[in-house]
Structures are given as structure tokens and as C-alpha cells.
Write a protein that binds this ligand. Structure first.
Ligand SMILES: Cc1cc2nc3c(=O)[nH]c(=O)nc-3n(C[C@H](O)[C@H](O)[C@H](O)COP(=O)(O)OP(=O)(O)OC[C@H]3O[C@@H](n4cnc5c(N)ncnc54)[C@H](O)[C@@H]3O)c2cc1C
Length: 443
């Protein structure tokens, strides 16, 4: 690869955060301008090589696996423009989500919603349908009002909600299949505070009320430790930006989030991997150690956690009303098959949307996520959960592990064929493809 962008021969293999996906690209290119991105795409197309932009490598699926040229957008970061009248902000596509709060703060703005972590690049997060929780809020891609990408012929394509909402719906969750996103404009909201309540509740009353509970709070997030009868319920309420904040003390934050959430929990997971028979007892201890607490803070500090215990994850987007049944069935499968699962299942909700390849397309959605410590085998457990979720109308998170193929996915997405046709137009040579995209898109 001899594009003007700095190209380095690969000295070490690429791996994702969970270490369940690895690859060796033939070169790593680090463009510093949109012109350099166009140039490298044109050159790769001429040489018959494939190009894969990488964000933070936080996907568990093989979606980001580079085949030939790995494009690192770390030099395309930062805030490019803000319009305070409309509350919109344009970012270079490699910007990490964790950089955004400080960039928006001087303008009194914030992102409307976030997921559990903020390590992701903005392009990677929107391209895979990354979401947070809240039945009144869509995935991160629903915050996008304009997006510019370099297509397979090196040309720039801008999709803008004002001028062509349909095109924006087509490209906002693009799976990295349509081109290299270089700029993203977000509809932001006035900065706000979140009041967080965390409590331990019995599963017996929680499960039948799941969907209803999701409609009663701004953001509901539930963690259920298998082999126990109780779950940790986190409810976040949105408050105006001028509200007083009462964050946990540094000592409490360290003890709850860092020590219990990461250090002790990591040690328990290592133990559970060596002695699975101890997992039910460990889960009962962990689940009862989670104390009730209430605090408030700037929105991003409440939404986001630090995850240092490595795991592999699978997540299914189900019709919201099917989530309780999915959870019951997975619970049954865990018992019947004798799985010993140390990681909690995570339950969240989101609004439906019009984005063609969004797992929440056309329906209010309930998400069911399952995890396994990265040193444990996950395929058998995930396959059993996948079977339950697909039977109940589930669609996989594009950035999380799953085994579905285009044949199964196509009937589930009303705009699947149109997305495929758009891909034919924007990337006829398939220079942005890799084996994962061949699996889920069929060519
Ligand atoms: C600890 C952890 C917690 C997580 N929590 C959540 C959560 O709460 N909610 C949730 O929904 N998901 C969550 N995820 C999944 C994660 O948000 C997604 O997998 C996300 O895509 C990762 O972003 P990334 O920048 O690492 O993208 P990568 O994994 O690097 O890439 C993902 C895809 O985006 C494409 N891409 C990257 N940059 C560009 C670009 N510039 N142009 C075009 N395509 C591009 C890649 O080619 C690839 O197809 C979590 C993952 C981890 C590891």
C-alpha cells in the first residue's frame, strides 16, 4: 500500500478487545485527511485489495476483521463544527465516545444516550447499531443527522436528514459495508444530569413486569446472575443540567465499581473458570454483595462504566414484549443443560427506529445479552441462547458474537434487499468486505 497516508508493515496481529477475533492485515494505514482516505480507497481498488476501517476493536463478532489493508482512523478525531442553534455537532469519524463529553461541555450539550462503555469510535458504534437503554430512546445511530462516507470508488457521499432522510436511514447502520465513514453529525441535547438508583429485586416479581417497568423509567438496566433468584435493577432518571449532582465519593466509587466490579469480580471469574461447580455459590455471594445505592452525576458519568474483566458477549434484539419469555426460556436452558455461568445476563430496552439495518428496525425492542469470561468456552452456551432468541423473533447485535447467516437474517429485515442493492452501488468491487460480511449479507 503506497497511499500518501502513513502505511506501516504489520508487526503484530490485530485482535479485538475480547481476544476472540484475530487477524494479520498486510498493512496498516493511518490517514490524516479525507483526501488521504479517498486516495487509499482508489489505490486499493486498483490493486484489487480489500480495505477495513477499524474503530476501537471492541466488537465481539468478526465484523471488524481486516483482510488486506487495515485503516486506523486515530488521526481523524475531534470536533469539527457545532451549531448551538440546532444543537448539532460534527465529529471526525475516529473520535472516541469518551472524548465527546469534554468537547460538547463548553457548548452546554451532551449525547442523548450512551451504552455501557465509551471506548468505541463514533463510526464503529453507529455502524454496528450500538445502543444504550431506555424505551424512549433509540440506538446511537438515531442521534445521527448527517454522515459522510468515502465509497468504493473513492467518492464522497453525504447523507443528510434534512435533504434525504431515506438515504440516512440506509447508511446510518452500515456494518462497515458501504464505505469509510469520515464525518458524523449528531443531534445533541442540552447537558443533563442522571439520578441513578440501584437495588436488588426478586426475579419472581420482576420478570412478569419487565416490559411495563421499562415504560415507567427513562433508562432501565437489569443484571441477573444465573443460579440466583434476584437481580440488580438500575434505574436512571433524567434531570435538568442545573440539578445538583451527588456522585458517589471517590472511595465509594472505587470500592463499588473498581474493586467489587472489576478486581474482586475478575478474581471470582478466574476461580469460576477453574472450578465451575463453585459458580452458583459465587453468584449468590456476588449478587448479595451489590448494595442498594442512589447517586446523581453528569449523564455520561452515570451511563458509562469501566470494564476491565475481559469477556465475550452475544446480544439479541427482541420485540420488547417477548423479552420476559426469552429470559424465562434462557433460564430454563441454563438449568437443563447444566451450564455454569458466572456472568450476569443484561436486559435493556430501546425505542424502535427506521434505520434499515438497525436491530431495532420497526419495533420497540428488548435486548438480552449473555456473556462468558474470556477464558471459558462460549460457543455451546451462546448457541443455546441464540436458538431461544431466534425463535422469539430476535435479531443479533452486529458487533456481538452470533452465527446467523444472510439466509436467516434477510426475512427479519424489511429493507435487507434494498441495503444489498445500495451496497452493490456503493461497493461493487466489495473492497470493504470480509468473511463476516459475506456471512451476514450473502456475498
Ligand atoms: C466492554 C464492552 C462493552 C460494550 N457495551 C456495549 C453497549 O453497552 N451497547 C452496545 O450496543 N454495544 C456495546 N458493545 C459493543 C460495541 O459498542 C460495538 O461492537 C462497537 O461497534 C464497537 O465500536 P468500535 O469503534 O470498537 O468498532 P470496531 O469493533 O472497531 O468496528 C466495528 C465495525 O465498524 C466499522 N467501522 C469502524 N470505523 C468505521 C468507519 N470509519 N467507517 C465505516 N465503518 C467503520 C468496522 O469496519 C466494523 O465493521 C460493547 C463492547 C465491549 C467490548
Amino acid at each position: 500500500m503506497t497511499a500518501r497516508a502513513s502505511a506501516a508493515p504489520v508487526d503484530r496481529p490485530w485482535a479485538n478487545w475480547a481476544r476472540n477475533q484475530r487477524a494479520v492485515a498486510s498493512s496498516v494505514v493511518t490517514p490524516s485527511s479525507i483526501a488521504e482516505v479517498s486516495e487509499l480507497v482508489v489505490r486499493a481498488a486498483a490493486e484489487g485489495r480489500r480495505v477495513k476501517p477499524i474503530g476501537a476493536g471492541h466488537s465481539f463478532s468478526a465484523i471488524a476483521v481486516p483482510v488486506d489493508v487495515q485503516v486506523d482512523l486515530e488521526n481523524l478525531r475531534g470536533l469539527l463544527a457545532v451549531d448551538t442553534a440546532t444543537g448539532t455537532a460534527t465529529f471526525a469519524a475516529g473520535t472516541r465516545l469518551r472524548e465527546i463529553p469534554a468537547l460538547l461541555a463548553p457548548h452546554g450539550l451532551a449525547m442523548e444516550n450512551l451504552g455501557d462503555i465509551d471506548e468505541q469510535s463514533i463510526a464503529g458504534a453507529i455502524s454496528t447499531g450500538t445502543h444504550g437503554s431506555g424505551s424512549g430512546f433509540g440506538a446511537l445511530a438515531t442521534q445521527v443527522v448527517a454522515l459522510t462516507l468515502v465509497t468504493g470508488d473513492g467518492e464522497l457521499l453525504t447523507a443528510d436528514r434534512r435533504t434525504d432522510p431515506e438515504l440516512l436511514h440506509a447508511v446510518a447502520v452500515g456494518l462497515g459495508a458501504l464505505g469509510i465513514v469520515v464525518e458524523v453529525t449528531l443531534q445533541c441535547v442540552p447537558a443533563f444530569v442522571l439520578l441513578a438508583r440501584e437495588q436488588n429485586e426478586p426475579l419472581a416479581t420482576l420478570i412478569p413486569a419487565l416490559h411495563e417497568r421499562s415504560l415507567q423509567s427513562d433508562h432501565l438496566d437489569i443484571y441477573w446472575f444465573p443460579h440466583t433468584e434476584r437481580a440488580l435493577v438500575k434505574t436512571n432518571t433524567r434531570l435538568p443540567g442545573h440539578s445538583t449532582v451527588r456522585p458517589p465519593s471517590d472511595a465509594r466509587r472505587w470500592f463499588d465499581d473498581e474493586f467489587l466490579g472489576n478486581t474482586v469480580y475478575g478474581a471470582l471469574c478466574r476461580l469460576g473458570a477453574l472450578a465451575p461447580q463453585l459458580v452458583p455459590t459465587m453468584n449468590r455471594l456476588t449478587s448479595s454483595a451489590v448494595a442498594q445505592r442512589e447517586y446523581s452525576d453528569r449523564s455520561h458519568r452515570v451511563f458509562v462504566a469501566r470494564r476491565t474483566v475481559r469477556f465475550v458477549e452475544q446480544e439479541y434484539a427482541l420485540p420488547a414484549e417477548n423479552l420476559a419469555e426469552a429470559l424465562e426460556r434462557v433460564r430454563d436452558v441454563i438449568d437443563r443443560r447444566g451450564f455454569r455461568i458466572s456472568f450476569p445476563l443484561e436486559i435493556r430496552f430501546s425505542a424502535g427506529d427506521d434505520i434499515w439495518m438497525s436491530p431495532a428496525n420497526g419495533r420497540a425492542t428488548g435486548y438480552l445479552a449473555v456473556h462468558r469470561y474470556f477464558r471459558e468456552p462460549y460457543a455451546e452456551y451462546f448457541a443455546a441462547v441464540e436458538e431461544v432468541c431466534v425463535a422469539l423473533g430476535g435479531r443479533p447485535h452486529w458487533g456481538k458474537y452470533h452465527t446467523l447467516t444472510a439466509e436467516v437474517l434477510q426475512p427479519s429485515y424489511p429493507r435487507f434487499e434494498e441495503f444489498a442493492a445500495l451496497r452493490d452501488r456503493l461497493d461493487p468491487q466489495r473492497i470493504f468486505s470480509n468473511p463476516y460480511l459475506e456471512q451476514v449479507l450473502g456475498s
